[in-house]
Write a protein that binds this ligand. Structure first.
Ligand code: C2E
Ligand code: MG
Ligand code: MG
Ligand code: MG
Length: 288
């Protein structure tokens, strides 16, 4: 009878923890475990210069190699990593791994490339972010101009003055700064000139809608010429078709990234692709 009461007492706590809260706790434990047991892996997606057709950079994209569930895409766990703060140590690992990999390709005799790394809001608000980046550059020997940190519009728009200060500090290290997913947030082009950024990445949702005479085509065109006038380079994300690529070339976009050229791939496969010297065919390049 006493035992039964005890059990009931225990049960008292369970209704407050619904299924999803438990699932969250489980996931958080697994994320921690994943970091400690090397279950994260970076894939890399080439960024191709529309003048030469050659690979000039890579974006590092996180995956979780789960022992039971296989390869898990970032959208399924980055949010939780962000909420729990685990993105901070995971992000530090990402930056170091990406910079090391880039140096490894160079050491293997391949072209010198730029490496893009996504920064999360939580990382961006860390006081030691600039020191962390400086340390990784020093430890890996990667020349700063070959690191490209990608930030989203919403991230820099939450506290514009603070963001500008941090971006300036990062710029003083010599790294490049990109605005990722441009066009999905609420920022206007006029804001751009306040931020010390080097690159705009036009979001995939824009690129997908691109067709001559469509509204989005006019918008992409406007974004590209405005960016250029501000001395900012433009990379189009999620380029899947030749038609999209031709349009972007005609409108003087600088680089493309997307399934048309290559999906994100493990480092080994990227190395093969680099060795083969694969490039975009001439008819998709900018005229010059
Ligand atoms: P993102 O930074 O905008 O990355 C581009 C995403 O578009 C990647 O998805 C990539 O696989 C996908 N993509 C590229 N080309 C194409 C295409 O032609 N068609 C289609 N349908 N998709 C394409 P992924 O790898 O699933 O990453 C999703 C998002 O997760 C990223 O968006 C980024 O916001 C976040 N993420 C990925 N890796 C990291 C990371 O290391 N750190 C942080 N903080 N966030 C990351
Ligand atoms: Mg990105
Ligand atoms: Mg993006
Ligand atoms: Mg995105």
């Amino acid at each position: 009878r006493a035992k039964e009461l005890g059990r009931n007492n225990c049960q008292f706590y369970t209704p407050s923890m619904n299924e999803s809260a438990l699932e969250r706790l489980r996931m958080e434990r697994h994320l921690r475990h994943a970091l400690e047991h090397d279950e994260f892996v970076l894939h890399y997606q080439p960024q191709v210069d529309l003048r030469t057709g050659r690979i000039v950079g890579m974006e590092a994209l996180l995956r979780w190699r789960h022992p039971e569930r296989g390869l898990i895409p970032p959208n399924e766990f980055i949010g939780l990593a962000e909420e729990t703060g685990l993105i901070v140590p995971i992000g530090a690992w990402i930056l170091r791994t990406a910079c090391m990999q880039n140096m490894a390709w160079q050491a293997a005799g391949l072209d010198e490339l730029r490496i893009g790394v996504n920064l999360s809001a939580r990382q961006f608000s860390q006081k030691n972010l600039v020191d962390m980046v400086a340390t990784v550059l020093q430890d890996t020997g990667l020349p700063p101009h070959r690191l490209d940190l990608e930030l989203t519009e919403s991230l820099v728009m939450t506290d514009v003055d603070h963001a500008i200060a941090v971006l300036n500090d990062l710029r003083s290290l010599g790294v490049q700064l990109s605005i990722d997913d441009f066009g999905t947030g609420y920022s206007s082009l006029s804001y751009l000139k306040r931020f010390p950024i080097n690159v705009l990445k036009i979001d995939r949702s824009f690129v997908q809608e691109i067709a001559p005479k469509s509204n989005d085509a006019a918008i992409s065109d406007a974004i590209i010429s405005m960016a250029h006038r501000l001395g900012i380079k433009v990379i189009a994300e999620g380029v899947e078709t030749e038609a999209q690529c031709e349009f972007l070339s005609r409108n003087m976009c600088d680089e493309i990234q997307g399934f048309l050229f290559s999906k994100p791939l493990p480092a080994k496969e990227i190395e093969e692709l680099l060795r083969e010297g694969q490039r975009l065919p001439d008819h998709l390049l900018r005229l010059h």
